[in-house]
Every structure is written in C-alpha cells, then in structure tokens.
Design a protein around this ligand. Sequence first.
Ligand code: SF4
Length: 244
Amino acid sequence: MSEVLPVRSPEPLVLEGLPVRIDPDEVLRFQGYKKGIDVPTDDVMALFDEALALGERLMEPRCVYRAVPVSGQEAGHIEAAGEQLRIPHIGRLWGALTSVGAGVCTVGQPLEDRVRALFDVHELPLAVMLDSVGSAAVESLAEHVNDLLCQAAIAEGIRVTNRISPGYAGWDTAQQRELFRLCPGTSIGVALNEACFMTPVKTISFLVGIGPEARVDHYFTQCRRCWMADCAFRRAPAERTVHR
Ligand code: SF4
C-alpha cells in the first residue's frame, strides 16, 4: 500500500494488500520461548519455516479504519460520535485530542481453518506453530497500520498516538461494542459476538488518539518498534522485534 492514508477519514476505509512482516522472535514468544534465555532447536526452526510458508500462503491481511472528532475528554474518558470510551488515565497518557481513530485488523479465516484441520489430524506441533504465526502476523499488521497513520499524520502537521485495545491497560473488554459502533468490522469479514469475542480470532481492534497536541512516546518510543525505513520523521532507530 503506497498511497498516503487519510488519517481523519470520516468514512470507514478498507485497506488491503498490506505487508505482513513476521518476526521469528515474536512467533517463538507465543510458543513460550523467552528471548535470550530459551534457544530453539533446529527442529523447532524447521517447523517455524514450514508454518511460516504455510501461513504466508493462507493469510488475507485486511484492515478497516475510520476517524471521528472528539466531543469531550476527561482524565479517564473520551466522548466521540456519541460513544463514551472509558479508558483509565487516557487524558494524562494521550494529552489533548481532536479526533480518535478506530480500526479493526485481521489476517482472515483460512489460516484458522487450517490450524483446526491440522488439530483434527493430530498434527499438533505444526498446528500450534501455525497458530503462533497467525498471532504474530496480526500483531505485525496492527503495528504497520499504526505506523502508516503516524507517518501520514506527521505530514499533515498532527500526531497519532500508540494504539490501545479493549481488554488491555485497564480498558474494559466490553467496550469492544463501542469500538465496533465507531468502526464496524463487517466490511472485512470480522464479527463481534455477545461476549465481545471477535471472529476470525486472529483479529486486533484498536483505538488511536489524533491531534496536534496528542502525546507520543509516553509509553515507549514509537519509532523503536516502527519499520518505516523511509520515514523522514524518525526519532529513534528501529529495533528488530515488535514485542514491547
Ligand atoms: S519512524 Fe517514528 S515517526 Fe516515522 S512513522 Fe514510524 S513511529 Fe512514526
């Protein structure tokens, strides 16, 4: 995807053809390996290569994104498009916002169907490794979209914060409903059920803050985990892994 993203797009925008860069460290972390402590054997790395090749054939990376103006903001609360987003400490963390951007990223159903099929025929090591490849892929996808938004915003003289998701950092998982009302996942085949569980499972929903005074780097230096090689605004060198 080479065109510049409209960071404040009022209409849901479907992004396809996005690159996914699978980080082996990230996949192994999902497998329970601790970086710098646990060393994978050659057999494990061969299994990783097999799962990676399979995953790259099966994944269908897509994202839908929409921005809405912020109509009210307090220490732990953002109001936008009639939705009340209750996120602990968000006022201090993100600073003053003019808009928020809501997005849903997925690597699609076929990868998960193959994981299930592998379990059914008791190919457990490959099934589990492919599942981890899918988890790393959707993490990479969400990071990439966050980076695209960051880069496009800077060119417009505004800033985009790090992404957050319901269920993390004290934000109630039940607020997936509010997030999906801001940006439904249906256009990319993502459904949300009554229990706020998304399908396909390898899906990440997220919120970012937008505005000229939006705070970045409060949690980690965003550029350190950003692979935008051609970014003229980089503040720190990129690290190899997306793991925070
Ligand atoms: S390198 Fe830094 S400024 Fe550039 S897009 Fe990535 S996070 Fe944003």
